[in-house]
Ligand binder design. Structure first.
Ligand SMILES: Nc1ncnc2c1ncn2[C@@H]1O[C@H](COP(=O)(O)OP(=O)(O)OP(=O)(O)O)[C@@H](O)[C@H]1O
Ligand SMILES: [Mg+2]
Length: 482
């Protein structure tokens, strides 16, 4: 008899189970069942409650209340509460979820479930947040949990803070002048190879969490980057993107305005933690052999040598058009931790820009563009971006203008990784000697671009394995080591 067949019974049971599961999720009844289960389970647990009042005895706002509120608002579980208010946040377009009294939010921490309850009379009146922790978990999780809330609240505050841009001015007090920092650049808007971008992103993320690690090594908790590449390749935009990613202020230091070494150190002393200190076009400054600052003054500044008071929790960024003519002592590991190369565009970067500026993934003219890039021509992302913006209403016209520019101005500049622009101009295509700015590759001619690509691919693989102190997210370092 089929009913007594065990296989048939197993199949029927599985079908019934799947049908109930689909019905529960489709109708949302699963949340009621979960609630009942937790209620039943809670009957066998003893809870300890901790109240976080909004005001303390002298009716001053309890700081912890605000931090816990920010933390709870960042939890996804707040959206699962039965009844949540939507109110405007500090910014007009910000929507904050706010619970009514007696509503609860669940949170998980180190495998334990904790419950937050809103207690009190509601809007305007005194409200309390009550944390309920199972007695069995309290000793293990309470303090780490409260610490975790502070860390998350700090990060949320950092992200919300209005960033500032500081520039060093000559007079009257030769110090930093702040202005609001509103540069829109983000790591997403920068056209950069995806694996390079993710390497930099994870480097910044691990830096943010590395305070104990640096102090255990006896090192100042700072990280320094060298961004180098031809004009218009995104170095300054990348600095802005780093600041927006980290939520750090930017100190844009113009060395030509600094009188001497002591003033340079005073400027460093006046910077605050959680900031990026950037020196643009350092190669150009050093090439001009300025009178005011000495080699040791600049190198001590780069090391943040004074002591941890003024270099702690800071990122230093130096930009150059080329590092070829710079004394290697300025670039040694420990002084510059990460070298990032910003090359002229290749076809991949061109497609990224076409997607961002023109919304194009594919186009019938792309094969012709690729052919021209492979023949050795190239332009900077700035130049290509400008052509696309100027013709953004007609993608075909935009691509044709890029093709024309590649065929005229870009000729030979695409020697890319080993090609150097003659002179360090700022976007004009004339070298310092007035000759058309072409690329040259030191001795011998420019090898065929496809040979460079093969060599580049090999070098990149090598450089990702070479254990160098200062990380180089580029091929040149392997080229030197090669
Ligand atoms: N890789 C890139 N991705 C997206 N936009 C870019 C990129 N490179 C340059 N741009 C655009 O080109 C313009 C100039 O870029 P940016 O000022 O960052 O270049 P730069 O490398 O600092 O140039 P310079 O060496 O002359 O200072 C910016 O508007 C920027 O948006
Ligand atoms: Mg720049």
């Amino acid at each position: 008899m089929i009913l007594s067949n065990p296989i048939f019974l197993v199949i029927v049971t599985i079908c019934i189970f799947v049908a109930i599961r689909v019905a529960l999720y489709r109708t949302g009844l699963v949340y009621i069942v979960k609630k009942w289960w937790w209620w039943f389970e809670d009957c066998f647990h003893v809870y300890q409650s901790f109240k976080v009042p909004k005001f303390n005895e002298s009716m001053q706002e309890n700081q912890l209340y605000g931090r816990v509120t920010d933390y709870l608002n960042s939890l996804t579980s707040i959206e699962e509460s039965d009844f949540t208010n939507l109110v405007t946040g500090k910014k007009p377009n910000e929507i904050v979820l706010q619970l009514d009294p007696n509503q609860t939010i669940e949170d998980d921490f180190l495998g334990a479930k904790v419950i937050w309850q809103i207690e009190g009379s509601g809007a305007g009146g005194s409200r309390n947040l009550v944390l309920k922790v199972r007695k069995a978990d309290k000793r293990r999780i309470l303090r780490p949990y409260l610490q975790h809330i502070h860390v998350v609240a700090d990060e949320l505050e950092q992200k919300k803070r209005e960033l500032r841009l500081y520039m060093n001015v000559d007079v009257p007090d030769r110090a930093w002048k702040p202005v609001p920092f509103t540069h829109p650049s983000t790591l997403e808007t920068i056209s950069m190879e995806s694996d390079l971008k993710s390497k930099v992103k994870s480097d910044l993320e691990s830096f943010l969490k590395a305070k104990q690690y640096y102090h255990r090594l006896g090192r100042v908790w700072k990280r320094s980057f060298l961004l180098y590449g031809p004009s218009g390749t995104g170095k300054s935009s990348f600095v802005a993107a780093m600041a927006n990613f980290l939520g750090y202020d930017v100190y844009d230091l113009d060395l030509s305005r600094v009188k001497d070494d002591s003033e340079l150190m005073i400027l460093l002393l006046q910077t605050t933690t959680k900031s990026i200190i950037v020196i643009e076009d350092l190669d150009r400054y050093l090439a001009e052999k300025p009178a005011g600052l000495s080699f040791s003054g600049i190198s001590n500044f780069m090391d943040g040598l004074l002591n941890s008071c003024c270099a702690e929790e800071r990122v230093m960024v130096f930009t150059m058009n080329s590092k070829d003519h710079v004394d290697p002592a300025f670039l040694r590991p420990g002084r510059i931790d990460v070298h990032i190369h910003f090359p002229l565009c290749d076809f991949g970067a061109f497609k990224n820009l076409a997607t961002s500026y023109l919304g194009l993934k594919e186009h019938k003219l792309f094969p012709q563009v690729e052919e021209i890039f492979l023949s050795g021509s190239s332009l900077s992302p700035a130049e290509i971006g400008e052509l696309m913006i100027a013709n953004r209403n007609s993608p075909s016209r935009a691509i044709k203008s890029v093709i024309t520019a590649l065929q005229t101005d870009g000729d030979g500049r695409g020697a890319g990784l080993f090609g150097r622009r003659v002179g360090f101009d700022t976007g004009s295509r004339k070298s310092e000697s007035g000759e058309p700015g072409g690329a040259f590759c030191g001795e011998g001619g420019v090898p065929a671009v496809r040979d460079i690509r093969k060599l580049y691919g090999f070098l990149r693989m090598k450089s990702s394995r070479s254990p160098s102190h200062s990380q180089s997210f580029d091929a040149d370092s392997a080229h030197r080591e090669g």
